[in-house]
Design a protein around this ligand. Structure first.
Ligand code: CO8
Length: 378
């Protein structure tokens, strides 16, 4: 489904919050291998009689070659590298304290509001959109709305890898329809509590971050850098190849609430093979529907899950000789940040574009879901 060109709605500012803590591949691998060695020793007998499989070891070289990731940022480092814990230690906060996710959302939101030269009174709606929210209700968006003193309304939405682009689509539609003058969209991607740090195949994939964006009417925009939204396009296709069974029904079915299937798990190879061609076709049909060719698009802010996926898409759409400046990569530093990756890339690599330059923001991954926006610098 795509919506036709409109230059009445703009992205007028973005914000990025980067956690102060980071973990290198080497640190992560040392912890995982220490845990695996202990597991194998503790289960020596079962491994020998074949009733259990020995845990394999991880390597930093594999991680960098297979994914392009060198390090990741985390909200709380304490606990993740402790071989007796292997998960972050994030203490529960009382109901009258700001929640963790609202806190990191606010860091990014304030930066986006400042970049767009807006104040709370200009904003009519707040959408918090990410892969997980830390509770079902009250919405994190309403907590953020309250902390910022914004009138109007807020709601949360979940769309895994495409949470940020799908939220931008909703902001675009609300402003185009006149139901809001200006919308604040936030992606507090607190992924580390859902990472299985005891799974060699996926322990390295994710990092924490928060991104935010302001979408508003073109005629109210006073920001130094702003982008007309020329069109939006979304596509989903059901797949269980990237899945988390975490949810409130676990209480009713007596399953282990901490079981491996309740954390992020995937068939990574399958995802790669399915999603790359889907994304290629989606992007081509979107830009062509707006009268552009791939040569016209000056910058490609792609989802950041895996360097080899982005290079595959670059090679298919632009050719192997295309400059990496056109297709910025942030996952070496940030790792996969669920929906926030394309927004981090946009935030860090847009100011040098000149008036009239078109660009593409595109997410692809779990769901499967693909979401794109074709934008043009004003
Ligand atoms: N160290 C050493 N060896 C390893 C390791 C490791 N850590 N892990 C695997 N190996 C081994 C494997 O066992 C395998 O060995 P063998 O050949 O003997 O069987 C070999 O290395 C190759 O393994 P793979 O085939 O799995 O390796 P790949 O080259 O396919 O790379 C990747 C694995 C990196 C996972 C790759 O397949 C990939 O990135 N695929 C795409 C994944 C993707 O995009 N997924 C979507 C992510 S979902 C998302 O972005 C948001 C979801 C919601 C947020 C969740 C928050 C927690």
């Amino acid at each position: 489904m795509s919506s036709a060109a409109s230059s009445k709605v703009v992205i007028s500012g973005t914000g990025l919050w980067t956690p102060e803590h980071s973990i290198t591949n080497e640190e992560l691998v040392t912890a995982y291998n220490g845990w695996a060695e202990k597991y194998n020793q503790d289960h020596f007998k079962q491994i020998e009689d074949g009733s259990l499989k020995a845990k394999p070891f991880s390597t930093a070289e594999f991680i960098e070659n297979a994914s392009g990731i060198k390090q990741r940022y985390v909200y709380v480092k304490d606990g993740i590298l402790d071989i007796n814990r292997m998960r972050p230690n994030i203490p529960e906060r009382p109901d009258d304290a700001l929640s963790d996710q609202a806190e990191i959302a606010l860091h990014a939101a304030r930066k986006a509001i400042a970049a767009a030269c807006k104040t709370a009174s200009d904003i009519d709606a707040v959408i918090v959109s990410c892969a997980y929210t830390q509770r079902a209700y009250p919405a994190i968006a309403i907590e953020v709305q309250d902390a910022l003193g914004i009138e109007g309304f807020g709601f949360d939405m979940l769309a895994a890898c495409s949470a940020a682009t799908f939220a931008l689509h909703r902001g675009f539609e609300m402003v185009a329809a006149g139901t809001a003058r200006c919308v604040l969209l936030i992606n507090p991607e607190l992924t580390s509590p859902q990472v299985n740090y005891c799974d060699r195949d996926s322990h390295f994939i994710f990092g924490d971050v928060a991104t935010a964006a302001i979408v508003e009417r073109r005629d109210t925009c006073t920001a130094p850098h702003s982008y007309d939204i020329l069109g939006v396009k979304a596509q989903t296709r059901f797949s269980s190849n990237v899945r988390s069974n975490f949810g409130y029904v676990t209480y009713a079915n007596d399953a282990d609430p901490f079981g491996a299937d309740k954390l992020f798990h995937q068939n990574g190879r399958r995802v790669f093979k399915d999603v790359c061609p889907l994304a290629e076709n989606h992007i081509l049909s979107h830009i062509e529907s707006l009268g552009f060719t791939t040569a016209d698009i000056k910058r490609w802010w792609l989802h950041q899950a895996n360097i080899n996926m982005n290079m595959w898409i670059r090679n298919r759409l632009l050719g192997e000789e295309a400059s990496l400046e056109k297709v910025p990569i942030v996952l070496d530093r940030y790792a996969n940040t669920a929906s926030a990756g394309s927004l981090i890339a946009f935030h860090l690599y847009h100011e040098d574009l000149v008036s009239g330059d078109p660009g593409l923001i595109c997410s692809f991954g779990a769901g499967y879901s693909i979401g794109s926006l074709v934008i043009r610098k004003r």
